[in-house]
Design a protein around this ligand. Sequence first.
Ligand code: C2O
Ligand code: CU
Length: 515
Amino acid sequence: MINIPIAEARIRQIGTQPFTANTAIHWHGIRQIGTPWFDGTEGFTQCPILPGDTFVYKFVVDRPGTYLYHAHYGNAKRRRAIWIHSRSAPRWRIPILLLIIMIEASSLLIGITRARLNKLLDCPQFLFSGLWEPQSLLIQGKGRFDCSAANPPMKADVCNNTNPECSLYSTTVVPGKTYRLRISSLTALSALSFQIEGHNMTVVEADGHYVEPFVVKNLFIYSGETYSVLVYTDQDPARNYWVTTNVVSRNATTPPGLAVLNYYPNHPRRSPPTIPPSGPMWNDVDSRFNQSVAIRARKGHVYSPPATSDRVIVLLNTQNRVNGKTRWSVNNVSYDIPHTPYLIALKENLLHTFSQTPPPEGYDFANYDIKVVQNNTNATTSDAIYRLQLNSTVDIVLQNANTMNPNNSETHPWHLHGHDFWVLGYGKGKFDPINDPKKYNLVDPIMKNTVPVHPFGWTAFRFKADNPGVWAFHCHIESHFFMGMGVAFEEGIERVGKLPSSIMGCGETKHLLKP
Ligand code: C2O
Ligand code: CU
Protein backbone atom coordinates (compact mmCIF):
# COMPACT_ATOMS: atom_id res chain seq x y z
CA MET A 1 0.00 0.00 0.00
CA ILE A 2 1.23 3.48 -0.78
CA ASN A 3 -0.05 6.86 0.33
CA ILE A 4 -0.25 9.91 -1.87
CA PRO A 5 -1.64 13.07 -0.31
CA ILE A 6 -1.73 16.09 -2.56
CA ALA A 7 -1.12 19.59 -1.34
CA GLU A 8 -0.54 23.01 -2.72
CA ALA A 9 2.39 25.30 -1.95
CA ARG A 10 2.10 29.02 -1.87
CA ILE A 11 5.05 31.25 -1.31
CA ARG A 12 4.08 34.58 0.00
CA GLN A 13 5.75 37.52 1.63
CA ILE A 14 3.34 39.86 3.33
CA GLY A 15 5.14 42.77 4.94
CA THR A 16 6.56 42.37 8.40
CA GLN A 17 5.77 39.42 10.60
CA PRO A 18 2.12 38.95 9.89
CA PHE A 19 2.16 35.51 11.41
CA THR A 20 1.64 34.32 14.90
CA ALA A 21 1.47 30.76 16.03
CA ASN A 22 -2.09 30.47 17.32
CA THR A 23 -3.72 27.31 16.18
CA ALA A 24 -6.18 24.48 16.70
CA ILE A 25 -6.03 21.13 14.95
CA HIS A 26 -9.09 19.67 13.28
CA TRP A 27 -9.37 15.92 12.71
CA HIS A 28 -11.18 16.06 9.45
CA GLY A 29 -13.60 13.16 8.94
CA ILE A 30 -13.43 11.97 12.54
CA ARG A 31 -16.87 12.51 14.05
CA GLN A 32 -15.76 13.09 17.66
CA ILE A 33 -18.67 11.13 19.05
CA GLY A 34 -18.80 12.01 22.74
CA THR A 35 -15.87 14.43 22.47
CA PRO A 36 -17.24 17.44 20.57
CA TRP A 37 -14.72 19.62 22.41
CA PHE A 38 -11.84 17.92 20.59
CA ASP A 39 -13.04 18.72 17.10
CA GLY A 40 -10.25 21.29 16.96
CA THR A 41 -12.31 24.10 15.48
CA GLU A 42 -11.33 27.42 16.98
CA GLY A 43 -14.34 29.63 17.66
CA PHE A 44 -16.67 26.62 17.54
CA THR A 45 -15.30 24.05 19.94
CA GLN A 46 -12.25 25.58 21.55
CA CYS A 47 -10.12 28.63 22.19
CA PRO A 48 -6.90 28.94 20.19
CA ILE A 49 -3.78 27.10 21.31
CA LEU A 50 -1.33 29.90 22.01
CA PRO A 51 2.36 29.93 21.12
CA GLY A 52 4.26 27.75 23.53
CA ASP A 53 1.12 26.01 24.79
CA THR A 54 0.58 22.29 24.64
CA PHE A 55 -2.89 20.99 23.93
CA VAL A 56 -3.88 17.33 24.12
CA TYR A 57 -6.57 15.91 21.87
CA LYS A 58 -8.02 12.57 22.83
CA PHE A 59 -10.66 10.91 20.75
CA VAL A 60 -11.96 7.62 19.50
CA VAL A 61 -11.33 6.69 15.91
CA ASP A 62 -14.40 4.60 15.46
CA ARG A 63 -13.91 3.24 11.98
CA PRO A 64 -11.29 2.67 9.34
CA GLY A 65 -10.73 5.17 6.57
CA THR A 66 -8.52 7.82 5.16
CA TYR A 67 -8.66 11.05 7.09
CA LEU A 68 -6.85 14.35 7.22
CA TYR A 69 -5.79 16.73 9.89
CA HIS A 70 -5.15 20.40 9.50
CA ALA A 71 -5.13 23.69 11.34
CA HIS A 72 -8.50 25.29 11.94
CA TYR A 73 -7.81 28.69 13.38
CA GLY A 74 -10.18 31.57 12.75
CA ASN A 75 -11.31 31.34 9.22
CA ALA A 76 -7.73 30.85 8.11
CA LYS A 77 -7.25 27.14 8.06
CA ARG A 78 -4.64 24.57 7.16
CA ARG A 79 -1.75 26.87 6.44
CA ARG A 80 0.88 24.31 7.11
CA ALA A 81 -0.52 20.99 8.22
CA ILE A 82 -0.74 18.48 5.47
CA TRP A 83 -1.05 14.94 6.54
CA ILE A 84 -3.00 11.86 5.84
CA HIS A 85 -3.90 9.41 8.53
CA SER A 86 -4.44 6.10 6.89
CA ARG A 87 -4.44 2.61 8.13
CA SER A 88 -5.43 -0.62 6.55
CA ALA A 89 -8.19 -1.98 8.68
CA PRO A 90 -10.09 -5.17 8.19
CA ARG A 91 -13.27 -4.47 6.30
CA TRP A 92 -16.07 -3.37 8.55
CA ARG A 93 -14.69 -4.94 11.63
CA ILE A 94 -14.70 -1.68 13.46
CA PRO A 95 -11.60 -1.40 15.59
CA ILE A 96 -11.63 1.06 18.44
CA LEU A 97 -8.43 3.03 18.73
CA LEU A 98 -7.61 5.70 21.21
CA LEU A 99 -5.31 8.32 19.87
CA ILE A 100 -3.39 10.60 22.14
CA ILE A 101 -1.74 13.36 20.25
CA MET A 102 0.38 16.16 21.61
CA ILE A 103 0.47 19.41 19.74
CA GLU A 104 2.99 22.14 20.25
CA ALA A 105 1.58 25.17 18.63
CA SER A 106 4.82 27.00 18.22
CA SER A 107 6.63 24.39 16.22
CA LEU A 108 3.93 22.59 14.30
CA LEU A 109 1.75 25.17 12.72
CA ILE A 110 1.75 28.75 11.72
CA GLY A 111 -1.52 30.58 11.77
CA ILE A 112 -2.28 34.17 10.98
CA THR A 113 -4.00 36.45 13.46
CA ARG A 114 -7.54 37.36 12.72
CA ALA A 115 -6.89 41.04 13.21
CA ARG A 116 -4.13 40.86 10.66
CA LEU A 117 -6.26 38.97 8.19
CA ASN A 118 -8.99 41.55 8.53
CA LYS A 119 -6.44 44.21 7.68
CA LEU A 120 -5.44 42.28 4.62
CA LEU A 121 -9.05 41.99 3.58
CA ASP A 122 -9.24 45.78 3.51
CA CYS A 123 -6.46 45.82 0.97
CA PRO A 124 -8.03 45.34 -2.46
CA GLN A 125 -4.87 43.97 -4.07
CA PHE A 126 -4.89 41.10 -1.64
CA LEU A 127 -8.14 39.89 -3.09
CA PHE A 128 -7.78 40.82 -6.70
CA SER A 129 -4.12 40.41 -7.53
CA GLY A 130 -4.35 36.67 -7.88
CA LEU A 131 -2.35 36.30 -4.70
CA TRP A 132 -4.47 33.31 -3.85
CA GLU A 133 -3.38 31.41 -6.93
CA PRO A 134 -0.73 28.84 -5.91
CA GLN A 135 2.68 28.87 -7.55
CA SER A 136 3.20 25.17 -7.29
CA LEU A 137 1.39 21.91 -6.55
CA LEU A 138 2.99 19.34 -4.31
CA ILE A 139 2.56 15.60 -4.24
CA GLN A 140 3.65 14.06 -0.98
CA GLY A 141 5.15 17.40 -0.01
CA LYS A 142 7.33 17.59 -3.08
CA GLY A 143 7.16 19.55 -6.25
CA ARG A 144 8.88 22.12 -8.37
CA PHE A 145 8.94 25.84 -8.27
CA ASP A 146 10.52 28.44 -10.50
CA CYS A 147 12.78 30.31 -8.03
CA SER A 148 12.93 33.38 -10.20
CA ALA A 149 9.16 33.70 -9.92
CA ALA A 150 9.33 34.06 -6.15
CA ASN A 151 8.83 37.50 -4.72
CA PRO A 152 11.40 38.29 -3.49
CA PRO A 153 13.44 35.84 -5.61
CA MET A 154 14.71 32.83 -3.70
CA LYS A 155 18.25 31.62 -3.52
CA ALA A 156 18.83 28.89 -6.06
CA ASP A 157 20.23 26.53 -3.45
CA VAL A 158 16.92 26.56 -1.63
CA CYS A 159 14.99 25.86 -4.72
CA ASN A 160 16.89 23.76 -7.15
CA ASN A 161 15.99 20.66 -9.07
CA THR A 162 19.46 19.15 -8.70
CA ASN A 163 19.28 19.44 -4.93
CA PRO A 164 18.32 15.90 -3.82
CA GLU A 165 15.96 17.38 -1.28
CA CYS A 166 14.09 18.92 -4.15
CA SER A 167 13.69 15.77 -6.17
CA LEU A 168 10.19 14.71 -7.01
CA TYR A 169 8.37 12.17 -4.93
CA SER A 170 8.91 8.71 -6.34
CA THR A 171 7.14 5.59 -5.23
CA THR A 172 8.23 2.10 -6.20
CA VAL A 173 5.86 -0.55 -7.50
CA VAL A 174 6.42 -4.09 -8.73
CA PRO A 175 5.09 -4.88 -12.21
CA GLY A 176 1.98 -7.05 -12.46
CA LYS A 177 0.48 -6.19 -9.09
CA THR A 178 -2.49 -4.26 -7.76
CA TYR A 179 -1.91 -1.27 -5.48
CA ARG A 180 -4.25 0.76 -3.39
CA LEU A 181 -3.51 4.47 -3.35
CA ARG A 182 -5.05 6.67 -0.71
CA ILE A 183 -5.36 10.11 -2.21
CA SER A 184 -6.40 13.27 -0.43
CA SER A 185 -6.36 16.96 -1.18
CA LEU A 186 -5.71 19.73 1.30
CA THR A 187 -5.38 22.55 -1.16
CA ALA A 188 -6.25 26.00 0.05
CA LEU A 189 -7.97 26.95 -3.17
CA SER A 190 -7.65 24.61 -6.09
CA ALA A 191 -9.79 21.77 -7.32
CA LEU A 192 -7.49 19.13 -8.78
CA SER A 193 -7.36 16.37 -11.29
CA PHE A 194 -5.01 13.50 -10.44
CA GLN A 195 -3.71 10.99 -12.97
CA ILE A 196 -1.07 8.35 -13.53
CA GLU A 197 0.34 8.21 -17.01
CA GLY A 198 -0.84 5.13 -18.91
CA HIS A 199 -2.80 3.71 -15.98
CA ASN A 200 -6.48 3.60 -15.18
CA MET A 201 -7.62 3.91 -11.61
CA THR A 202 -10.52 2.07 -10.02
CA VAL A 203 -12.21 4.18 -7.36
CA VAL A 204 -13.09 2.02 -4.34
CA GLU A 205 -13.36 4.35 -1.35
CA ALA A 206 -14.42 7.91 -0.69
CA ASP A 207 -14.22 9.76 2.66
CA GLY A 208 -13.95 6.47 4.56
CA HIS A 209 -16.79 4.63 2.77
CA TYR A 210 -16.58 1.87 0.19
CA VAL A 211 -17.58 2.89 -3.33
CA GLU A 212 -19.15 0.66 -5.96
CA PRO A 213 -16.00 0.41 -8.08
CA PHE A 214 -15.72 2.50 -11.23
CA VAL A 215 -12.80 3.26 -13.50
CA VAL A 216 -11.37 6.70 -14.24
CA LYS A 217 -8.42 8.07 -16.16
CA ASN A 218 -8.30 11.12 -13.98
CA LEU A 219 -9.64 11.49 -10.51
CA PHE A 220 -11.18 14.85 -9.71
CA ILE A 221 -10.56 15.72 -6.11
CA TYR A 222 -11.60 18.73 -4.06
CA SER A 223 -10.05 20.14 -0.93
CA GLY A 224 -11.04 18.03 2.06
CA GLU A 225 -11.89 14.89 0.09
CA THR A 226 -10.16 11.54 0.36
CA TYR A 227 -10.29 8.59 -2.04
CA SER A 228 -8.79 5.17 -2.43
CA VAL A 229 -8.11 3.90 -5.92
CA LEU A 230 -6.76 0.59 -7.18
CA VAL A 231 -3.98 0.72 -9.74
CA TYR A 232 -2.81 -2.28 -11.75
CA THR A 233 0.85 -2.13 -12.68
CA ASP A 234 0.30 -3.65 -16.08
CA GLN A 235 2.30 -1.27 -18.28
CA ASP A 236 5.72 -1.67 -19.94
CA PRO A 237 8.02 -2.47 -16.98
CA ALA A 238 11.11 -1.05 -18.68
CA ARG A 239 10.39 2.53 -17.64
CA ASN A 240 8.88 4.84 -15.03
CA TYR A 241 5.62 6.80 -15.35
CA TRP A 242 4.49 10.30 -14.47
CA VAL A 243 2.03 10.94 -11.71
CA THR A 244 0.53 14.37 -12.26
CA THR A 245 -1.98 16.68 -10.71
CA ASN A 246 -3.33 19.88 -12.16
CA VAL A 247 -5.78 22.62 -11.35
CA VAL A 248 -9.28 22.34 -12.73
CA SER A 249 -12.33 24.56 -12.29
CA ARG A 250 -10.24 27.73 -12.40
CA ASN A 251 -8.21 28.95 -15.34
CA ALA A 252 -5.00 28.90 -13.32
CA THR A 253 -1.42 29.34 -14.46
CA THR A 254 -0.17 26.94 -11.79
CA PRO A 255 2.08 24.30 -13.39
CA PRO A 256 1.10 20.66 -12.79
CA GLY A 257 2.39 18.85 -9.73
CA LEU A 258 4.62 15.92 -10.61
CA ALA A 259 5.71 12.66 -9.03
CA VAL A 260 7.11 9.43 -10.39
CA LEU A 261 5.63 5.94 -10.41
CA ASN A 262 8.77 3.84 -10.31
CA TYR A 263 8.52 0.38 -11.83
CA TYR A 264 10.98 -1.87 -10.02
CA PRO A 265 13.88 -2.35 -10.81
CA ASN A 266 14.26 0.93 -12.72
CA HIS A 267 16.05 3.66 -10.82
CA PRO A 268 13.49 5.57 -8.73
CA ARG A 269 14.89 8.93 -9.85
CA ARG A 270 14.94 8.11 -13.52
CA SER A 271 12.65 10.52 -15.33
CA PRO A 272 9.97 8.91 -17.45
CA PRO A 273 10.94 9.22 -21.15
CA THR A 274 7.80 11.17 -21.97
CA ILE A 275 6.55 14.69 -21.47
CA PRO A 276 4.19 14.64 -18.49
CA PRO A 277 0.70 14.20 -19.92
CA SER A 278 -1.63 17.11 -19.45
CA GLY A 279 -4.82 16.74 -17.47
CA PRO A 280 -8.36 17.46 -18.59
CA MET A 281 -9.51 20.92 -19.62
CA TRP A 282 -9.97 23.19 -16.62
CA ASN A 283 -13.48 24.12 -17.69
CA ASP A 284 -14.77 20.62 -18.43
CA VAL A 285 -17.54 20.84 -15.84
CA ASP A 286 -19.51 17.91 -17.26
CA SER A 287 -16.76 15.39 -16.58
CA ARG A 288 -16.47 16.54 -13.02
CA PHE A 289 -20.23 16.52 -12.55
CA ASN A 290 -20.41 13.00 -13.97
CA GLN A 291 -17.74 11.72 -11.62
CA SER A 292 -19.67 13.09 -8.65
CA VAL A 293 -22.82 11.33 -9.81
CA ALA A 294 -20.93 8.07 -10.40
CA ILE A 295 -19.94 7.70 -6.75
CA ARG A 296 -22.36 5.19 -5.18
CA ALA A 297 -22.09 3.06 -2.06
CA ARG A 298 -20.60 -0.37 -2.62
CA LYS A 299 -23.14 -3.17 -2.79
CA GLY A 300 -23.26 -4.94 0.53
CA HIS A 301 -21.98 -1.78 2.25
CA VAL A 302 -25.01 0.45 1.80
CA TYR A 303 -26.24 2.28 4.86
CA SER A 304 -29.78 3.27 4.00
CA PRO A 305 -30.76 6.85 4.70
CA PRO A 306 -34.02 7.66 6.47
CA ALA A 307 -36.76 7.76 3.81
CA THR A 308 -37.88 11.26 4.71
CA SER A 309 -36.45 14.30 6.43
CA ASP A 310 -37.75 16.51 9.21
CA ARG A 311 -36.27 19.74 7.94
CA VAL A 312 -34.92 21.08 4.66
CA ILE A 313 -32.42 23.92 4.64
CA VAL A 314 -31.54 25.42 1.27
CA LEU A 315 -28.25 27.30 1.23
CA LEU A 316 -27.74 29.74 -1.63
CA ASN A 317 -24.03 30.36 -2.27
CA THR A 318 -23.28 33.85 -3.53
CA GLN A 319 -20.40 36.23 -3.87
CA ASN A 320 -21.16 39.86 -3.22
CA ARG A 321 -20.01 43.04 -1.52
CA VAL A 322 -20.95 43.35 2.13
CA ASN A 323 -20.04 46.56 3.95
CA GLY A 324 -17.69 47.43 1.11
CA LYS A 325 -15.79 44.13 1.16
CA THR A 326 -15.93 41.19 -1.18
CA ARG A 327 -17.52 38.33 0.71
CA TRP A 328 -19.15 34.98 0.16
CA SER A 329 -22.62 34.61 1.58
CA VAL A 330 -25.11 31.90 2.33
CA ASN A 331 -28.72 33.06 1.92
CA ASN A 332 -27.34 36.59 2.01
CA VAL A 333 -25.64 36.06 5.33
CA SER A 334 -21.87 36.19 5.32
CA TYR A 335 -20.59 34.13 8.18
CA ASP A 336 -18.29 35.42 10.93
CA ILE A 337 -16.69 33.28 13.62
CA PRO A 338 -17.38 34.44 17.19
CA HIS A 339 -14.65 35.11 19.77
CA THR A 340 -16.28 32.95 22.40
CA PRO A 341 -16.51 29.38 21.11
CA TYR A 342 -20.14 28.30 20.64
CA LEU A 343 -19.74 25.06 22.51
CA ILE A 344 -18.69 26.88 25.66
CA ALA A 345 -21.15 29.74 25.14
CA LEU A 346 -24.08 27.35 24.84
CA LYS A 347 -23.05 25.09 27.72
CA GLU A 348 -22.36 27.99 30.04
CA ASN A 349 -25.30 30.11 28.94
CA LEU A 350 -23.29 32.95 27.45
CA LEU A 351 -25.89 33.51 24.74
CA HIS A 352 -25.09 37.20 24.38
CA THR A 353 -21.75 36.25 22.80
CA PHE A 354 -23.31 35.52 19.40
CA SER A 355 -26.34 36.56 17.42
CA GLN A 356 -29.57 34.87 18.49
CA THR A 357 -31.40 35.73 15.28
CA PRO A 358 -31.70 32.40 13.47
CA PRO A 359 -30.12 32.33 10.02
CA PRO A 360 -32.49 31.89 7.03
CA GLU A 361 -33.74 28.44 5.96
CA GLY A 362 -33.70 29.38 2.29
CA TYR A 363 -33.59 32.21 -0.18
CA ASP A 364 -36.06 34.10 -2.34
CA PHE A 365 -36.58 31.12 -4.59
CA ALA A 366 -39.31 32.61 -6.78
CA ASN A 367 -37.43 35.75 -7.72
CA TYR A 368 -33.76 34.93 -7.60
CA ASP A 369 -32.01 34.30 -10.91
CA ILE A 370 -28.91 32.19 -10.18
CA LYS A 371 -27.57 32.66 -13.72
CA VAL A 372 -26.81 36.39 -13.54
CA VAL A 373 -24.70 38.71 -11.39
CA GLN A 374 -26.78 39.85 -8.43
CA ASN A 375 -25.98 42.70 -6.08
CA ASN A 376 -27.61 41.17 -3.01
CA THR A 377 -27.65 44.58 -1.40
CA ASN A 378 -29.38 43.26 1.72
CA ALA A 379 -26.51 40.87 2.51
CA THR A 380 -25.22 41.11 6.08
CA THR A 381 -22.68 39.39 8.30
CA SER A 382 -23.67 37.20 11.22
CA ASP A 383 -22.37 34.56 13.60
CA ALA A 384 -25.81 33.05 14.20
CA ILE A 385 -26.21 29.27 14.17
CA TYR A 386 -28.77 26.70 13.04
CA ARG A 387 -30.16 24.81 16.03
CA LEU A 388 -31.21 21.31 15.08
CA GLN A 389 -33.50 18.95 16.95
CA LEU A 390 -31.40 16.11 18.37
CA ASN A 391 -31.86 12.93 16.30
CA SER A 392 -33.84 14.73 13.61
CA THR A 393 -33.13 14.11 9.93
CA VAL A 394 -31.99 17.18 8.04
CA ASP A 395 -31.73 17.76 4.30
CA ILE A 396 -29.28 20.33 3.04
CA VAL A 397 -29.47 21.67 -0.49
CA LEU A 398 -26.48 23.68 -1.62
CA GLN A 399 -27.47 25.99 -4.44
CA ASN A 400 -24.73 27.55 -6.52
CA ALA A 401 -25.09 30.85 -8.36
CA ASN A 402 -23.28 33.40 -10.46
CA THR A 403 -20.35 35.17 -8.79
CA MET A 404 -19.67 38.88 -9.17
CA ASN A 405 -18.23 38.17 -12.63
CA PRO A 406 -20.63 37.62 -15.52
CA ASN A 407 -21.07 34.00 -16.65
CA ASN A 408 -18.99 32.71 -13.79
CA SER A 409 -19.81 30.26 -11.04
CA GLU A 410 -17.20 28.39 -8.99
CA THR A 411 -16.97 24.93 -7.51
CA HIS A 412 -17.27 24.81 -3.71
CA PRO A 413 -16.36 21.71 -1.71
CA TRP A 414 -18.51 21.85 1.43
CA HIS A 415 -17.35 19.96 4.50
CA LEU A 416 -19.52 18.98 7.48
CA HIS A 417 -17.93 18.42 10.87
CA GLY A 418 -19.19 15.77 13.28
CA HIS A 419 -21.20 13.70 10.78
CA ASP A 420 -21.22 11.76 7.58
CA PHE A 421 -24.11 12.47 5.23
CA TRP A 422 -25.86 10.65 2.42
CA VAL A 423 -25.36 12.32 -0.93
CA LEU A 424 -28.87 12.33 -2.43
CA GLY A 425 -28.23 14.04 -5.71
CA TYR A 426 -26.55 16.61 -7.88
CA GLY A 427 -28.30 18.81 -10.41
CA LYS A 428 -27.70 21.55 -12.92
CA GLY A 429 -29.40 24.91 -12.62
CA LYS A 430 -31.84 25.83 -9.93
CA PHE A 431 -32.98 23.17 -7.49
CA ASP A 432 -36.68 22.48 -7.90
CA PRO A 433 -38.09 21.77 -4.41
CA ILE A 434 -41.11 19.88 -5.80
CA ASN A 435 -39.61 17.66 -8.47
CA ASP A 436 -35.93 17.22 -7.70
CA PRO A 437 -36.43 15.42 -4.37
CA LYS A 438 -38.40 12.78 -6.30
CA LYS A 439 -35.15 11.93 -8.08
CA TYR A 440 -33.08 11.58 -4.93
CA ASN A 441 -31.00 8.45 -4.69
CA LEU A 442 -32.30 6.69 -1.59
CA VAL A 443 -31.12 3.28 -2.80
CA ASP A 444 -27.33 3.37 -2.69
CA PRO A 445 -26.19 6.90 -1.81
CA ILE A 446 -22.56 7.21 -0.78
CA MET A 447 -21.81 8.67 2.63
CA LYS A 448 -19.26 11.47 2.65
CA ASN A 449 -18.19 14.39 4.75
CA THR A 450 -17.17 16.70 1.88
CA VAL A 451 -19.09 17.29 -1.37
CA PRO A 452 -18.68 19.71 -4.22
CA VAL A 453 -21.44 21.94 -5.48
CA HIS A 454 -20.68 22.40 -9.16
CA PRO A 455 -20.89 25.67 -11.10
CA PHE A 456 -24.50 26.84 -11.51
CA GLY A 457 -25.64 23.56 -9.97
CA TRP A 458 -27.00 22.15 -6.74
CA THR A 459 -26.08 19.32 -4.39
CA ALA A 460 -28.45 17.71 -1.90
CA PHE A 461 -27.61 15.54 1.09
CA ARG A 462 -29.25 14.17 4.22
CA PHE A 463 -27.84 13.63 7.67
CA LYS A 464 -28.97 12.66 11.10
CA ALA A 465 -28.38 15.29 13.75
CA ASP A 466 -27.36 12.65 16.25
CA ASN A 467 -24.06 13.95 17.57
CA PRO A 468 -24.45 16.38 20.47
CA GLY A 469 -22.21 19.39 19.94
CA VAL A 470 -21.64 22.40 17.72
CA TRP A 471 -20.39 21.69 14.23
CA ALA A 472 -18.99 23.76 11.42
CA PHE A 473 -20.26 23.32 7.89
CA HIS A 474 -18.30 25.33 5.38
CA CYS A 475 -16.64 25.62 2.02
CA HIS A 476 -13.23 23.99 2.34
CA ILE A 477 -11.59 26.63 0.19
CA GLU A 478 -9.65 28.59 2.75
CA SER A 479 -10.34 32.05 1.42
CA HIS A 480 -14.03 31.31 0.88
CA PHE A 481 -14.62 30.24 4.45
CA PHE A 482 -12.59 33.20 5.58
CA MET A 483 -14.83 35.46 3.51
CA GLY A 484 -18.02 34.09 5.02
CA MET A 485 -18.86 30.85 3.24
CA GLY A 486 -19.94 28.77 6.19
CA VAL A 487 -22.59 28.07 8.78
CA ALA A 488 -22.78 26.38 12.18
CA PHE A 489 -25.11 23.66 13.44
CA GLU A 490 -25.94 22.85 17.04
CA GLU A 491 -27.74 19.76 18.29
CA GLY A 492 -28.29 18.22 21.71
CA ILE A 493 -26.16 20.74 23.62
CA GLU A 494 -27.84 19.56 26.85
CA ARG A 495 -26.34 16.12 26.23
CA VAL A 496 -22.77 17.39 25.95
CA GLY A 497 -20.67 16.23 28.90
CA LYS A 498 -18.40 18.31 31.09
CA LEU A 499 -16.16 20.51 28.98
CA PRO A 500 -12.42 20.25 29.57
CA SER A 501 -10.89 23.49 30.80
CA SER A 502 -8.15 23.18 28.19
CA ILE A 503 -10.53 24.51 25.53
CA MET A 504 -11.22 27.70 27.49
CA GLY A 505 -9.43 30.95 28.12
CA CYS A 506 -10.53 33.24 25.28
CA GLY A 507 -13.40 35.67 24.79
CA GLU A 508 -15.85 35.45 27.67
CA THR A 509 -14.62 32.08 28.82
CA LYS A 510 -11.69 33.53 30.77
CA HIS A 511 -13.63 33.71 34.01
CA LEU A 512 -14.43 30.00 33.72
CA LEU A 513 -10.78 29.21 34.30
CA LYS A 514 -10.81 29.59 38.04
CA PRO A 515 -7.40 29.02 39.59
CU1 C2O B 1 -11.15 20.15 6.91
CU2 C2O B 1 -13.64 22.70 8.94
O1 C2O B 1 -12.38 21.55 7.84
CU1 CU C 1 -16.05 27.99 -1.92
